[in-house]
Write a protein that binds this ligand. Structure first.
Ligand code: TXA
Ligand code: MG
Length: 322
């Protein structure tokens, strides 16, 4: 059931025409490897759940880490995230560049919920590289992009690195030579007047602090927590019962695949048992069920392919609340 799709991968040098082609592919829900000044990114339309799910499938990611959305400028960022005066100041100083800001999602946003892995924040970055800027200008909206490598392999700073682990899994790899920075962006969370370091990266804390005007809070004990994990626990209001073959009276039923005879699904992650489709639907379906009931029975999802990530998130969502 967990069929990994094979695609014809084109590896081409960057030209302005290629940026237009990349934008067309993104608009169709396809995957494109885009060079940035930090590392090569595996890009998909950030407003398309299905396309974002393909990122996790192509990376073979065992869990849904939230992703960074890439924007052309501060104006584009403001269409998708709330930009506080402090965030505005940091963006003005360091964008385009290797700084990612974790900001509240706008309430009215059409951004994929999978991008944020169910959180009410979104990580936003404005890349400086010419090719990434050209793709964003042609596309006109954000793309989500983690580093363009299979999970557990090193971050790609050359097109060939990306091709090594993603060939056959993406439609297009744009080659713009080695990345200028070569380590991922620095991620900070701006929360009111406070600034927290979530991941050290290509822009130093020493450079950011004087502009922020406040000390940057680093995690206790000197150890940097895996970014995103500290608050990635998506907790619906409703109670979840997992691995349910059918709903009990009073329960909503979130199915996967055809429901048993005489049982109707309230919502179905994928009626034909497609794990990529299920991943794309997961967060939206949970939100919708949460709005209409307080007990949800969830059908079993196979522990293979994207099913690992889906089950990981379902277990977190079902875990007892602190
Ligand atoms: O330089 C970069 O940042 C590269 C290029 C392609 O832009 N991208 C990159 O993405 O490194 P990725 O997916 O490998 O790392 C994104 C990190 C993850 O560790 C995730 O946990 C964190 O950002 N993150 C994303 N959204 C978040 C959020 N809403 N809250 C906290 N952490 C978040
Ligand atoms: Mg990475």
């Amino acid at each position: 059931m967990a069929h990994e799709i094979t695609r014809m991968t084109e590896l081409v040098p960057y030209t302005p025409e290629i940026a237009l082609k990349a934008a067309d592919l993104l608009a169709q829900g396809d995957l494109v490897v885009v060079p940035t000044e930090t590392v090569y990114g595996l890009a998909a339309d950030a407003t398309n759940d299905r396309a974002v799910a393909r990122i996790f499938e192509a990376k073979g990611r065992p869990s849904f880490n939230p992703l960074i959305i890439h924007v052309e400028n501060v104006a584009m960022a403001g269409q998708w995230a709330e930009i506080s005066p402090l965030a505005q100041k940091l963006a003005a100083a360091f964008w385009p560049g290797a700084l990612t800001l974790v900001l509240p999602r706008r309430a009215d946003t059409k951004l994929s919920r999978l991008v944020s892995a169910g959180l009410d924040t979104v990580a936003v970055r404005c890349p400086a590289s010419g090719p990434a800027q050209a793709v964003l200008a042609a596309f006109g909206r954000p793309f989500a992009a983690p580093s363009a490598n299979r999970s557990g392999t090193i971050s790609p700073t050359r097109a060939a690195h990306a091709a090594k682990t993603l060939s056959g899994k993406v439609n297009l790899i744009i080659d713009a030579g080695p990345c200028d920075i070569g380590v991922e962006s620095t991620i900070i969370r701006v929360d009111g007047g406070q600034v927290y370091l979530l991941r050290p990266g290509g822009l130093s804390v020493e450079a950011i602090e004087p502009v922020a005007g406040v000390p940057i809070e680093k995690p206790q004990g000197g150890e940097i927590q895996a970014p995103g994990m500290m608050e990635s626990h998506y907790a619906p209001e409703a109670q979840l019962r997992l691995d349910a073959s059918m709903p009990s009276p009073g329960e909503l039923f979130l199915a996967f695949g055809p429901p048993p005879q005489n049982v109707s699904a309230t919502l179905n992650l994928s009626s034909n048992g497609d794990l990529t489709e299920a991943a794309a639907n997961l967060f939206n379906h949970l939100y919708e069920l949460d709005a209409i009931g307080d007990r949800i029975a969830v059908a079993p999802v196979p522990e293979e392919g994207l099913g690992l990530a889906i089950n990981d998130r379902l277990r977190r969502a079902a875990a007892p609340r602190p």
